[in-house]
Structure formats: structure tokens, C-alpha cells
Design a protein around this ligand. Structure first.
Ligand code: VGL
Ligand code: ZN
Length: 203
């Protein structure tokens, strides 16, 4: 059985949002159409506390988009985004949510970032998503959402490592950095994932 995994379609990643992704809003109608073709639809939300270590403002003297060493791992310092229970953390208002059976929240630990919907960036803590999907006998995952080069990419890497057949729906995602996304696509293919367009699933 296959599932659609919608990554972080939240206001702060939309044009005008705190961590805006170019054309991020253009994927919303495509994702709404895609949902109708899946037995199971799951979503994730980036869900940070105000004091989160990924926010530049929580590091004196550091600027947004600077890369620092955070407990031995490279960490991009982001603008404050997706703070729990704020409008910025809410789904885009046009996203259809009636078919979303479960929402997995990540990035809640103030000390560590969590790009993937499966694990934090140090692979220490699981969200339970892999176990949830296995219990539902899902073996094929289709990823869409934001951002292509961060949370979508790292979710795909974990999905592949967990042994799922894994696909990226390319026109249903947008990157923060297009060059980084080009590299990410090569890595996905090299690791055995697939890349397809929504038309393949909709026709
Ligand atoms: C994301 C940067 C920081 C994402 C989340 O959803 O891709 N990117 N937090
Ligand atoms: Zn975040």
C-alpha cells in the first residue's frame, strides 16, 4: 500500500512567511489533487519552541543563514519560524486537511533540529512515523511539500534507510536553494529513490 507524506506545508515557508520558499504556495493545489489518489495521507509540521537552537536570534552575535557547530553537527541558523501554535506554524489555509489521518510534529526539542519527519538530525529520537507506516502495512511512500532541499530531502533519506520504496513528487515541492536541490536529487537517485511528476499519479 502507498502513502502520501506531506512535509511542512506551513505558512512560514510560503511567500511572505518567516522562512519563505520561492513559489512555495504553487504546490498546494497539486498536493490537494494528489491526496485523492492515496489510501493514506500523512502530514508533518515543523513545530519549534521559541527558544529553539536553530534560531539565529538564540545565538548572540550570529546571523541568519550562518552555519555553526551545534553539539558536533553543522547547523544552519534560521530566522525564527514555525513557532508552536502561531499562524506561521499553521498549514497553508488552502491545504485540504480532511484526508490527513495523522500529523507528525518535529523540532520540538529546543536543543536539536529535526529536518526529517522520521528522526532528529542526530538520529537519536524517532517521531514514530516509520512504525506507524509499517503497522498500516504501507511500503511505498510519495513525498511532497517544503522545503525540497531540507525537510523533504532528509525525510526521503530516512525513508530509504528504513527500507520503504520512496518517491519524490518533483512538481509538488520547492527548494530554498536550487543548487542544493540539484545535488539532493542526485543523492536520492543514487540511494535508490525515484523522482516523478504529479501527472504520473493523477492520470
Ligand atoms: C525546514 C529549515 C528549517 C523545512 C524546517 O521544512 O525544510 N527548513 N526548518
Ligand atoms: Zn525548522
Amino acid at each position: 500500500m502507498k502513502a502520501l507524506i506531506i512535509i511542512d506545508v506551513q505558512n512560514d515557508f510560503m511567500p511572505g512567511g518567516a522562512l519563505a520558499v520561492n513559489e512555495g504556495d504553487e504546490i498546494v493545489p497539486i498536493i490537494n489533487d494528489l491526496q485523492q489518489r492515496f489510501d493514506l495521507v500523512i502530514a508533518t509540521q515543523d513545530w519549534h519552541p521559541e527558544n529553539h537552537a536553530s534560531f539565529a536570534k538564540n545565538h548572540a552575535g550570529k546571523k541568519e543563514f550562518e552555519v555553526i557547530d551545534l553539539e558536533g553537527k553543522e547547523q544552519v541558523l534560521w530566522p525564527v519560524h514555525c513557532v508552536q501554535n502561531t499562524v506561521g506554524a499553521a498549514f497553508h489555509t488552502d491545504l485540504h486537511t480532511a484526508k490527513i489521518e495523522a500529523i507528525f510534529r518535529k523540532g520540538t526539542d529546543p536543543k536539536i533540529d529535526s529536518y526529517s519527519g522520521f528522526y532528529d538530525n542526530a538520529h537519536q529520537k524517532s517521531t514514530g512515523l516509520a512504525g506507524y507506516l509499517r503497522e498500516k502495512e504501507i511500503d511505498e511512500l510519495y513525498f511532497c511539500g517544503l522545503a525540497a532541499d531540507f525537510c523533504v530531502f532528509y525525510s526521503i533519506l530516512d525513508a530509504l534507510q528504513e527500507g520503504f520504496s520512496t518517491y519524490l513528487v518533483e512538481d509538488a515541492t520547492r527548494p530554498i536553494d536550487p543548487e542544493k536541490f540539484s545535488e539532493a536529487k542526485k543523492t536520492i537517485l543514487k540511494k535508490g529513490g525515484g523522482i516523478l511528476q504529479s501527472s504520473t499519479l493523477l492520470n
